[in-house]
Structures are given as C-alpha cells and as structure tokens.
Design a protein around this ligand. Structure first.
Ligand SMILES: *Cc1c(COP(=O)(O)O)cnc(C)c1O
Length: 361
C-alpha cells in the first residue's frame, strides 16, 4: 500500500529526491566516498554549496544585493539571532502574533530588546491573520510569520513597513518555495528546511546586504550574520548532506517549471481539500476563509459524538499517516507541502467521503 505522510514537519520529500539522496549516501559523484564523509573544504562540496545558492537565487529571483546563508540551529535560533543583529541598542521591533511560532519569536526578542506585539489573533485561537494595526515608526523592523504551521493561516498579501529605514522580516519556514515571492519586499527571510525544502539540519537565511555587519552590540561569532557572509556559510562544519538534499529539491522544482508552476499545483491541491471539507457534513475548517493556508489544512468534526481516533485509524488503514491535529487545535491537520503528490490529497478526500457514508448510513 502506498503511504502518504501528512506530517507538518519533518515533512514528506519528493521520491526522486530521496532516491538520489540514498545513492549519494553510498557514493558521491564517482568520488569513491560517501557524501556523509566528505570534507566541506573539498572542491566537490564547495561547488555543491555554490550551485545550491545559485539554484535558490534563480528559483526565487533573489536580487544581487541579498546574501544567502545556509545555517544551523533551525528557525528557532533565528528568533534570537534576528534581534541580536538587527535591533539597535535600547531599540524595539514590531511583531504580529499569529500563532505559537510568532509567540516564540516575540519571547526570544524580549530577552534582548523590546518586542512590541502590534496585533494578535490569540483571543480567537489564531483563526485569522490580523490586518488592522499601528506600527511604531521607531521600530527597527516588522516581523511576521508568513504561514502558521500549527493553526493553518497564511498571509496572502504582506504588510508594508511604515518606517522608511525599517524593513519586513518573515519566518517562511512552512511556505518558502510554495509560490513566487518578491524578495525585495523583505529585509530578511528565514526558513528551517524540514517543512518545504529538505531535511532538518539546515536553515536558510536571505538577508539584504546593507543589514549585515550593523554591529549594534558585541555578538558571539557564531551568532553574527557577518561571520557567515564572510565565510560563505562555511565558518564551521556545515550540514553538507542536508544542503545536498535541498539542492536536489531545488532542481526538482526547476524541472517542474519553477515556482509559478508549483503555486498552481498548490492552489489546485488545497482547493480540492477545502472544497471537500466544506461539502462533507462531518467536517469543518476552524479558519476564516480568506486566510486559509495552502500548506497546512486543519479540520475538525462538525458533529457531536464523533471520535477523532476512529477517523485517524480509518485513515491509517488507507495509508494516510500523521493526520492528527496539533494539540492546541485538536481534530486533524493535513500538511500538503510541495512534495505531497496530488494523488495523496485525492486519497485523503476519498477517505473523507467514505467515512461520511459509513457514519451517515
Ligand atoms: C517548524 C517551524 C519553526 C521551528 O523550526 P525549527 O527549525 O524546528 O527551529 C519555526 N517557525 C515556523 C513557521 C515553523 O513552521
């Protein structure tokens, strides 16, 4: 039976990418060595990093005044690194709180300087993206989470920053590469790889070059963006294997027709699933329609007396895995990132229909 993994992260990877990765773990490019044991100073690996950076640059049309970094520590380490590098001494930054990941970013910022939460949808269990807020003109940046992995909301349009010297920062961990974006609208974009880009272990940072080396304070070397810009992401031993898998994913996206083509597929997959949630008498979406995520689709029972575990078991028997909703939302969550095939979504929809028939009759 074909298994479909709907996990929110680490998430499914494309099968052809996994197959190339398994070969490289035995031998990399006729070197007689596994990629896992190769030096990051070798010619092969230096050129792998260059190629990965170029492929990303071309897929996302990243302007030449942006630096691309392949770091470690996950998106979670960016929560403190961003304020450490980018808020002036005694300064502040504006944050929009749209879920647990935004809240964590806010908490980390507050350990260093002042995070001002200018809007939050926490009182409605994060069922929408706030669009009314007042920015602080003196804040260094405005931070958003472009897609809220846990609650299933996503920005369709990004806010504009009012401070002429300010800039937008976005945690794009769970929707990077799902559609084209205009990189020049942002000062900094970051994303852990394990949702939509590759395996855990590598974190992408795209930073406008004038923001590198601000040196507002004495920053530990490893936590300073300037260190990694100067050393081209090879200050210390980088996660070579993870970067390799990211590069294979980028090549797969290119062959598919790039991010315009990917966005069309993502629109189609998510529309099908949301349509079924609306149609099916057993389920409903907890999220306002206009802010629904194309990547993470939470849904809950719309009837009393139904058992979440029973539906999860029903899905399990049909090869549909990791559909349990996050504990703060309950119900179910289908993460349908780039690598989730349309057939996986179709199989889930068929199971929802079949379950409805079983319950209703
Ligand atoms: C998963 C996730 C994170 C945390 O990523 P790590 O790489 O595990 O630190 C942060 N933000 C968002 C939006 C996420 O989905």
């Amino acid at each position: 039976m074909k298994i479909y993994n709907f996990s929110a992260g680490p998430a499914c990877l494309n099968e052809s990418v996994l197959s190339v990765a398994s070969e490289a773990s035995l031998e990399y490019k006729d070197s007689g060595m596994s990629l896992l044991e190769m030096s990051h100073r070798s010619k092969e690996i230096v050129s792998l990093f260059e190629e990965t950076t170029e492929n990303l640059q071309s897929l996302l049309s990243i302007p030449s005044n942006y630096k691309i970094l392949w770091l470690q520590g996950g998106a979670s380490l960016q929560f403190p690194m961003i304020p450490m590098n980018l808020i002036s001494k005694g300064g502040s930054a504006d944050y929009i709180d749209t879920g647990s990941w935004s809240s964590k970013a806010i908490n980390e910022c507050n350990k260093l300087e002042t995070a001002i939460t200018i809007a939050s949808s926490s009182k409605s269990n994060y069922s929408f993206i706030p669009k009314q807020f007042e920015q602080n003109i003196e804040s260094n940046y405005l931070h958003i989470t472009s897609n809220n992995t846990i609650y299933g909301t996503q920005y369709k349009d990004y806010p504009e920053v009012i401070n002429p010297n300010g800039f937008l920062v976005a945690d794009m961990s769970s929707d990077i590469l799902s559609k084209p974006i205009n990189v020049s609208d942002f000062g900094l974009i970051y994303a852990g790889a394990q949702k939509n880009m590759g395996p855990a272990g590598v974190t992408l940072v795209i930073i406008r070059d004038d923001l590198v080396g601000k040196n507002y304070r004495d920053i530990p070397t490893m936590l300073n963006y300037e260190t990694h810009v100067k050393k081209e992401s090879m200050f210390n031993t980088p996660p070579v294997f993870s970067v390799f898998v990211v590069n294979e994913t980028l090549k797969w996206l290119q062959n598919l027709g790039g991010l315009e083509a990917m966005a069309e597929i993502n629109e189609q997959k998510s529309k099908k699933l949301y349509d079924e949630i609306e149609r099916n008498s057993l389920f409903k979406s907890p999220i306002v329609e206009e802010d629904r995520s194309l990547m993470n689709v939470p849904f809950i029972f719309d009837k009393e007396g139904l058992d979440d575990k029973d539906f999860l078991q029903f899905c399990h028997e049909r090869g549909l895995r990791t559909l349990k909703g996050h504990r703060s939302v309950g119900g179910f969550r289908a993460s349908i990132y780039n690598a989730m095939p349309e057939l996986g979504v179709d199989t889930l929809i068929a199971a929802m229909k079949e379950y409805e028939e079983k319950i209703v009759n």
